[in-house]
Design a protein around this ligand. Structure first.
Ligand code: 3BY
Ligand code: FES
Ligand code: FE
Length: 424
């Protein structure tokens, strides 16, 4: 057994542009702290509006040890509650999805309305105060139909900045008029940070994702200047000219496309719209749209791919015909849930406008390939020979942005925790 040095010391001595020390990936103590410092404090992407389209629709999910209940009310707003009865604590909704009127606890029938107020509790006597026993609420925000929650009492205020920038990028894809075509839960045998790090680079793409049309330029070009022979320089120049042409075209029809990078914000994020490889229309194996019913008011299938990445746990790809959202939720130090959801226009008919196989193929394959890579990284991090290795400045700048962001949040959390102890 290796000793785990003091977590504060590990945080303080992290070297920039190197992967993290092993305990960050393997130690149960750091996993517990991640749940407190990151998943307990930051805005976490958990679902989209399309997953609970009607009043009464519920989605439940676990963020670490916390079970969260999302419920759409009669006013169409989504509310989030701790999924725990205020009587003797039974879990209220035990299914991943449900459609309900009020929230009724199965144990002794305590009943809560859509605002979480306790409205019925038999046999509690006339002096019992229902008002003190409402469900505990959780902060929730919808960003153009992407639902984020924050378990902290006071959530990071800079969500507003992300919402302000992203609203106009996402709105044209009209999530409100999408439905879920398919959702998959993949459990990766790796720490959640390895899942995120893997997602923030495409250094591994050429060798591992043969069917992926995501352009390398989303992640930086992936070439160091020393690797740029004449053919590559020409390819990059042609690609940049193509990007400029497409951006001008898309912007002129109301589709924001320019890169926005705010990865050192507390609610850190990045977005850009890029042409797909091979003159593609969508993330499909033949690169054509997967669904004949285009989203929103779109008439042109060739709108590239708008990608949106958020710290600490999500990424999304928006095409002309479908949207794919990814939510990363930690299960233990060495296990992580990646929930992928494919959205199509709500009027698209399966078998007629799209087939599930064609719609999901690229990301089914790619996710499995990424899961295999994450598992290898986890196996390596647990070995005695592992030591933090160097990130490429050219292909892994966003991996560094994620790691630096994570370390900064941990440092803040440990500082606050130390101050709280000192004040006691
Ligand atoms: O999984 C992703 O979204 C990224 C893009 C390509 C592969 N992967 C690192
Ligand atoms: Fe819910 Fe008793 S635990 S009603
Ligand atoms: Fe990948």
């Amino acid at each position: 057994m290796r000793d785990i040095p003091d977590i504060a010391a590990l945080v303080a001595r992290r070297e920039a542009f190197k992967s993290l020390e092993a305990p960050f990936y393997t130690a149960a103590e750091i996993y517990d702290l991640d749940l407190e410092a990151i998943f307990g404090k930051m805005w976490i992407f958990v679902a989209s509006d399309a997953e609970l389209p009607e009043p009464g629709d519920c989605v439940t999910l676990s963020v670490g040890t916390t079970s969260v209940l999302l419920l759409r009310g009669d006013d169409e707003e989504v509310r989030a509650f701790h999924n725990v009865c205020r009587h003797r604590g039974a879990k209220l909704i035990n299914e991943p999805t449900a459609t309900i009127g009020n929230i009724v606890c199965r144990y002794h029938g305590w009943t809560y309305n859509e605002d979480g107020e306790l409205i019925l509790a038999d046999h509690m006597g006339s002096d019992f105060d229902k008002d003190c026993h409402g469900l505990k609420t959780i902060h929730v925000r919808s960003l153009a139909g992407l639902i984020f929650i924050c378990l902290a009492e006071t959530p990071p205020a800079d969500f507003d900045e992300m919402a302000r920038v992203m609203q106009r990028y996402l709105a044209p894809h009209d999530i409100a008029n999408c439905k879920v075509a398919h959702q998959s839960d993949l459990i990766e045998d790796g720490n959640w940070k390895l899942t995120m790090e893997n997602n923030r680079e495409c250094y591994h793409c050429e060798g591992n994702h043969p069917q992926l049309t995501v352009p390398l330029s989303e992640f930086g070009f992936g070439f160091s200047p020393d690797d740029m022979d004449e053919r590559r320089s020409q390819d990059v120049a042609n690609y940049l000219a193509d990007v400029a042409r497409n951006h001008a075209k898309w912007e002129s029809c109301g589709l924001p496309s320019a890169e926005e990078e705010h990865l050192s914000n507390i609610s850190g994020f990045r977005t850009m719209r890029l042409p797909l490889m091979w003159e593609g229309e969508s993330h499909t194996v033949d690169t054509k749209v997967a669904s004949k019913k285009l989203l929103g008011d779109f008439t042109d299938p060739k709108l590239g791919g708008l990608s949106f990445w958020t710290h600490p746990n999500s990424w999304h790809h928006f095409m002309s015909d479908h949207i794919v959202t990814f939510s990363v939720l930690p299960l233990s130090a060495g296990r992580t849930l990646v929930r992928t959801t494919w959205l199509v226009h709500k009027d698209a008919i399966e078998g007629q406008d799209y087939t599930l196989d064609n719609l999901t193929q690229v990301w089914r394959y790619t996710n499995q390939q990424d899961a295999d890579l994450v598992a290898l990284a986890q196996l390596g991090a647990a070995q005695p020979a592992y030591e933090p290795g160097p990130y490429s400045r050219y292909t892994e700048p966003h991996v560094e942005a994620f790691a630096a962001w994570y370390i900064a949040r941990m440092a803040e959390h440990l500082d606050t925790a130390a101050l709280q102890v000192a004040a006691q």
